[in-house]
Design a binder for this molecule. Structure first.
Ligand code: ADP
Length: 220
């Protein structure tokens, strides 16, 4: 493997998901090779990514010519074309690329990609649906769940902790969550301490077990 390719990422399929991913990587100074079948798509991204080429990623010779087999990280961002997604992922795995990511639009596609040996399968539509459900339900302004039943939530404080120091509010014992940071209107977030007094109109970030952060953000 060539050293200069170790930090780079190859992104195959530059639809809505692949494009956003590739641009975000490029924004943070990661070298990106973008590949898409469509010349039009490639044209629209030239200048924004380090390299972007129009090619059919289901062809082994094509991928080898582009040096794809030398990358350490590859993302298959082809969703709706199941055949292209599977053929491409299978080639990347057979190249021995150590970190292959792939997007799945259905559970079946995800299962096949996993069986092929893809290391990380992501379900953007499914995950975003769940995330938005959390936001729609309560006072949550933002929500992130980690694998192990642990979540962080940005929310407004329920009435029963307003006006008290966090130490005296009993938020941990009564609600099972920890207030991590507090933001006054118009100011930035600061870390919360036991002496922090949460006011009405503040925004807070709490951490805890998923279910408890959900319950907490549904309190009035
Ligand atoms: P999204 O939902 O993120 O927009 P799509 O599955 O609709 O994702 O888009 C996938 C992209 O992958 C399209 O731009 C399409 O041109 C590209 N693509 C599909 N098949 C191939 C292939 N065999 N080789 C290279 N690119 C492909």
């Amino acid at each position: 493997r060539r050293d200069d390719r170790n930090d780079s990422v190859v992104v195959i399929g530059l639809g809505r998901f692949g494009r956003a991913l590739a641009l975000e990587l490029a924004e943070e100074d990661t070298e990106v090779l973008g590949i898409d079948h469509s010349a039009e798509v490639v044209q629209s991204l030239s200048g924004s990514l380090t390299h972007v080429v129009s090619a059919d990623s289901t062809k082994e010779e094509v991928l080898r010519q582009l040096g794809v087999h030398e990358f350490d990280r590859a993302v298959v961002a082809i969703g709706s074309n199941l055949e292209a997604s599977i053929l491409t992922a299978s080639l990347l795995v057979s190249f021995g690329i150590p970190n292959v990511w792939a997007k799945a639009t259905s559970e079946a596609q995800g299962r096949i990609l996993t069986q092929l040996g893809v290391h990380h399968v992501v379900y953007p539509e499914h995950d975003m649906g769940q995330r938005v459900a959390h936001l729609v339900r309560g006072r949550m302004l933002d929500y992130i769940e980690f694998e192990d039943d642990f979540a962080m939530v940005k929310t407004s404080p329920p009435a029963d902790i307003v006006g008290l120091t966090l130490g005296n509010s009993g938020v941990r014992t009564r609600h099972g969550v920890t207030v991590v940071a507090v933001k006054r209107p118009g100011e930035g977030f600061t870390y919360a301490t036991a002496d922090t007094v949460v006011e009405e109109g503040d925004t807070i970030i709490v951490a805890g077990r998923t279910r408890q952060t959900e319950r907490f953000s549904e309190l009035r």
